[in-house]
Write a protein that binds this ligand. Structure first.
Ligand code: TYD
Length: 229
């Protein structure tokens, strides 16, 4: 295997509260990277693999809520382990850049900061579920929770909020702060992007960050588009 073939793809995760625009931004980034000749896989959590999608339903319907936040955290980790082993790791190893809508920081924030699950338990679950498969870059989309929930409400077209969207504004504010705290403690991995602006403006900021990382990882084809075709 030559150096080109053995190059691992970049693992990029998107995080943020409800209605921050993660899926819109993942879609815009996917398109922009494909235009630059980058091989991309888009996925999400909870879910992303058949096994994990089955657990997703249990978690988001609220069926696991009576078990308590610790057991929910264990279920999120079980889903993540399947997702990492069957989808994310194989893609990265074959040189594909992975864009994942939510990952470990969602558990740290939703189950840890606001679910009160002990950090040691979460750290152990992280090691079990994603050993040697840590994000290279985490984009934290930061938005005032009141605006985020307004957007999430509009997007849902009147659909019922999921188990986590139903929680109070105080919880949503704690989550926003918890994401900012993670970003401050891991500045090499995390970048906070103000998500309040127009989608295209937010996209431009994200693309700049990602292009820089891909460039330093040697994953950008510098030839013009017509030469790549
Ligand atoms: P989803 O419908 O994917 O919505 P969005 O990402 O657009 O908010 O819902 C995922 C929900 O699951 C979201 O409310 C956050 C929650 N969640 C956790 O509590 N812990 C986790 O580890 C993950 C991945 C998600």
């Amino acid at each position: 295997m030559d150096a080109e073939q053995s190059r691992r793809g970049l693992f990029i995760t998107f995080e943020g509260g409800e209605g921050a625009g993660k899926s819109t931004q993942v879609g815009l980034l996917e398109q922009a990277l494909r235009q630059r000749g980058v091989d991309v896989l888009v996925t999400r959590e909870p879910g992303g693999s058949p096994g994990a999608e089955a657990v997703r339903h249990v978690l988001l319907s609220g069926a696991a809520e009576p078990l308590g936040a610790e057991m929910e955290a264990i279920l999120f980790a079980a889903a993540r382990s399947d997702h990492v082993e069957t989808v994310i790791r194989p893609a990265l190893e074959s040189g594909i850049t992975v864009l994942c809508d939510r990952f470990i920081d969602s558990t740290r924030v939703y189950q840890g900061a606001t679910g009160k699950v002990a950090a040691e338990l979460l750290a152990g679950l992280e090691r079990l579920a994603c050993e040697e498969c840590w994000p290279d870059l985490t984009i934290i989309l930061d938005i005032d929770p009141a605006e985020g929930l307004r957007r999430a409400g509009r997007r849902g077209g009147g659909a019922d909020p999921d188990r986590f969207e139903r929680e109070s504004m105080t919880q949503q504010r704690k989550r926003r702060q918890a994401y900012l705290d993670i970003a401050a403690s891991e500045p090499g991995r995390c970048r906070v992007v103000d998500a309040a602006g127009a989608a295209q403006d937010v996209h431009r900021q994200i693309l700049e960050l990602v292009v820089e990382r891909l460039g330093s990882a040697g994953l950008l084809d510098s030839r013009p588009a017509r030469a790549r075709a």
